[in-house]
Design a protein around this ligand. Structure first.
Ligand SMILES: Nc1ncnc2c1ncn2[C@@H]1O[C@H](COP(=O)(O)OP(=O)(O)OP(=O)(O)O)[C@@H](O)[C@H]1O
Ligand SMILES: [Mg+2]
Length: 366
């Protein structure tokens, strides 16, 4: 087991910067998910840690040791790739044992270790088959077995489930989580999928525009996103982000104007901004409620569009003078309005978020 640290990492391919001043600490034994849009540098980060790619500047440390000049084979790391690279002509047992064979391990030790790994992955009955005789999920398990067999200190997973169908992904997610609990190894896991990130990660790192946008526990990223990018990355349907103007701000509460006569409040400390500044008001669809008109503090709007999802209905509401439609999440069984109906919206001030014009969050008040 080992911590992994990236210190001031910079990396360009040709003239194109891919990673800029990346500083990350992956704690010993933790399951950390890296997520971000395609091309943001996720695979590159894993390859730098594995030693398959070299940074232009900065340091990679594994278990406190600087490994900048250590070749991949000496880093005690195993990587599971998105595209499976099993040897089709070899049995499952030989595929799993291959890294040990390369390392010159004796046949009897290989047999023992392969058997132990296969048992842990519940695939002892598959050892004599070839990859062509396995399902997608079983193949993926062989690839993971091949990573486990060398007892690496750190596992790197690069979108290992992206080729599997939805139900198999869900099953493999559970298996990976259990595997992590059994092995207690440091695991870094790259994905595009926000559900995978939220369910697997003890911690999540969000990367965009070559830099780390935020690192934190899933719930912290969801409830207190550092900026509009992170806020928009998690949650479905997407968080409502509405342009507004700051009217008042103290350490606990900000008042904002969405349009003429339409004022809302957010429980944030926006004293860093000037009155009259453009800001962005953030409200998650599940935090907005269809209210009755005799309640205080409601916003009156009109239903613009409905989306039926079976268990849920997404009601998109147009507010007077506001460009963006506000999405409200309503349970399908409950009553919901029809297109064009007038509705009242209510939301708890404590759940609303506020960002400056550049998208950086104001701290939520305690
Ligand atoms: N060997 C290379 N030579 C030149 N450019 C590269 C090379 N490898 C990666 N890149 C570029 O670096 C950027 C980051 O690539 P990387 O593979 O790390 O992205 P990613 O976040 O893993 O994306 P995806 O989610 O699509 O897998 C991309 O713009 C990519 O085109
Ligand atoms: Mg990638």
């Amino acid at each position: 087991m080992a911590t992994v640290s990236l210190r001031n990492i910079n990396k360009k391919f040709g003239k194109t910067p891919v990673l800029q001043d990346i500083n990350l600490e992956f704690p010993d034994g933790e399951f950390v998910v890296l997520i971000g849009p395609s091309g943001c540098g996720k695979t590159t980060i894993l390859r730098l840690i594995a030693g398959l790619e070299e940074q232009d500047s900065g340091d990679v440390l594994i278990a406190g040791e600087n490994v900048n000049t250590l070749p991949p084979a000496k880093r005690s790391i195993a990587m599971v790739f998105q595209s499976l690279s099993l040897y089709p002509h070899m049995s499952v047992a030989d595929n799993i044992g291959f890294p040990l064979k390369i390392a010159g391990t004796s046949k009897s030790v290989i047999r023992e270790k392969v058997a132990a790994v296969a048992e842990m992955l519940q695939m002892s009955h598959l050892l004599d088959r070839r990859p062509g005789q396995l399902s997608g999920g079983e193949k993926q398990r062989v690839a993971i077995g091949r990573a486990m067999v060398r007892d690496p200190k750190v596992f790197l997973f690069d979108e290992p489930l992206s080729n599997l169908d939805v139900s198999l992904r869900a099953q493999m997610r559970m298996e990976l989580k259990e595997l992590h609990e059994k092995l207690g190894a440091t695991m870094l896991y790259v994905t595009h999928d926000q559900t995978e990130a939220m369910t697997l990660g003890e911690r999540i790192v969000v990367i965009n525009d070559h830099v780390v946008q935020q690192m934190g526990r899933p719930i912290d990223l969801y409830e207190s996103p550092a900026n509009t990018f992170v806020a928009g990355f998690f949650g479905s349907p997407r968080i409502n982000l509405l342009e507004a103007t700051l009217v008042t701000a103290d350490e606990k509460l900000a008042t904002l104007r969405l349009s003429d006569g339409l004022t809302v409040q957010a429980a944030v400390d926006a004293r860093g901004a000037q009155i009259g500044d453009k800001v962005i008001f953030g409200l998650r669809p599940e935090h907005v409620r269809l209210a009755s008109s005799d309640e205080d503090e409601t916003l009156v709007g009109r239903v613009h569009r409905l989306e039926h999802l079976g268990d849920m209905v997404h009601v998109y509401v147009a507010l007077p003078g506001v460009g963006e439609k506000v999405c409200v999440k309503v349970k399908a069984g409950s009553e919901y309005p029809q297109n064009g109906a007038q509705v009242d919206l209510a939301f708890p001030v404590k759940n609303s978020l506020l960002f400056d014009a550049a998208g950086v969050a104001f701290p939520r008040s305690a």
